[in-house]
Design a protein around this ligand. Structure first.
Ligand SMILES: Cc1cc2nc3c(=O)[nH]c(=O)nc-3n(C[C@H](O)[C@H](O)[C@H](O)COP(=O)(O)O)c2cc1C
Length: 213
């Protein structure tokens, strides 16, 4: 690439993040920031980078959509047989990173992951658009396929099979929930003097610290 990437930079400023505003509960702060992101970032405000590790310790990252945040943790849905699913079978340690450029904000969440109940997965699956339901049955996510038409043909077959009927949730499709043990809120500030407020879980409490940017 011939373009000069060095010159692509901006000064960050939206608000500051001082201890008083951050409070003592990172989950409340997460909800406040996500609400603001939903208002300010029309495209995929719930998108986050999910990082998992394989059995050799190699990290793997990809975007998924947050679908719920409740007392159990942070949930997303996927194919359990996918690469991420296989990695989570081997190590349940994972990281979620949200980035909202319009707000100069990043949140990093580290924790352990488990599957949600079958009931939760089936209820969410039933709420999805029909095309997404058929695609979930069609796509053996992360497997190598010969070409696009193989996928389209498999989709068409599923469409015919379930014509006039509800599309059942595949056994290998469902949700995961991450229980957080560390959460960092990054607020971009001028001259790279950013705010980083961190929370570490200890004995059912959150210990708050500030890190240098
Ligand atoms: C905006 C966006 C949203 C996505 N949401 C999901 C999702 O919620 N679940 C999912 O399984 N994949 C989602 N994907 C696709 C994943 O990034 C990834 O390609 C797929 O899950 C396969 O990952 P794996 O092979 O590492 O398992 C999304 C991709 C993008 C760009």
């Amino acid at each position: 690439m011939n373009r000069d990437l060095h010159s692509i930079r901006r000064d960050y400023q939206f608000e500051d993040l001082l201890e008083d505003q951050a409070g003592s509960d990172p989950l409340t702060l997460f909800d406040t920031w996500l609400e603001k992101a939903i208002e300010a970032c029309p495209d995929d405000p719930t998108a986050m980078t999910l990082s998992t590790v394989d059995k050799d310790g190699w990290p793997h990252s990809r975007i998924v959509l947050l679908k719920q945040r409740n007392e159990s943790g942070f949930s997303f849905f996927t194919n359990y047989s996918s690469e991420k699913g296989q990695q989570l079978d081997q190590s349940n340690k994972a990281n979620m990173t949200f980035f909202w450029p319009a707000l100069s904000r990043q949140i990093r969440i580290e924790g352990t992951i488990e599957k949600v109940s079958r009931d939760v997965s089936e209820t969410y699956f039933a709420s999805r658009p029909r095309g997404s339901q058929l695609a979930a049955r069609t796509s053996q996510q992360s497997t190598v396929i010969p070409n696009r038409s193989t996928l389209q043909n498999a989709f068409n077959e599923e469409e015919q099979t379930f014509d006039g009927q509800d599309v059942p949730c595949p056994d290998n499709w469902g949700g995961y929930v991450l229980k957080p043990r560390f959460i960092e809120f990054w607020q971009g500030r001028p001259s790279r003097l950013h705010d980083r407020i961190c929370y570490t879980s200890k004995d059912d409490n959150w210990i708050r610290t500030r890190k240098a940017p």
